[in-house]
Write a protein that binds this ligand. Sequence first.
Ligand code: BGC
Length: 308
Amino acid sequence: TNFGGRIVSFMVPDKAGKPTDIVLGYDSLNHYLHNNEAYFGALIGRYGNRIAKGSFQLEGRTYQLPINNAPNSLHGGPKGFHNQVWDAKLIDAQHLELQYVSKDGEEGYPGNLTAKVVYTLTDENALQIDYTATADKATVVNLTNHAYFNLNGAGAATINDHLLQINADHFTPVDSTLIPTGVLAAVKGTAFDFTKAHAIGDSLGSKDIQMINGKGYDHNFALNRTAAPGLQTAATVYAPSTGIQMEVLTLEPGIQFYGGNFLDGSLVGKQGKPYAFRSAFCLETQHFPDAPNQKSFASTVLLPGKTY
Ligand code: BGC
């Protein structure tokens, strides 16, 4: 849909060939308008994930963003890209181009920013998402997609049986408000070690302070990238009962693995199915959260004349 550039459905065959909708969402626009705090299927911008206290400095000026996830700013603010109507152009049956012009000062961010996203459904059954953006003033940008998946089908009880592999030896631990501490921590020997595939639910009972801060998995993983340019595999998820497997490839340095810890059954989605606690996962490819305030993280600054 052109509302938030949201993916509302994604049908794939399971091991018996039965078409299965693996993306959470609603049956009507009205539901998206009134229950949008979960960001179902949405394009996220101008800045994916959190900026500490909604404040950052750029070229000697301090910018204040709306605080919509106290005490921080989350996913571009309440009127972020997920809540905007994008201009849509169907290029052909396999390519949809969406464009949104975010005004100078909108949700506190500097510069007019033109964002363009092309969704492509490839002949290999891949969904490819190409993001570009340009700005007329220095700004910060971190775009992603917030689709929630359940590979047993949207509305199935849990994702904790899914086998997950994340190609990351390190992750970015967070404080109790989910802002990275700035440290890159080794996953080895922790609940965050997904270097070999195993069930998401295996370590959910861990007393690791990171599991307590995240209320489960809600963390950015620093991807192991080789020097080779181009897409590299970030994560693989497999649901044994349906045989559906998803691979995530990206150019980005990080991926947010969010295990649906804020779902509680109160949002009722497609076909009247409630979305229970941890009944979906997001794998949001991105630059690291709070990068505008963290000198050691790769920069998310976009300068005029450059293309994101
Ligand atoms: C964040 C979660 C947040 C969720 C919103 C994720 O990207 O990491 O902390 O609750 O988005 O649905």
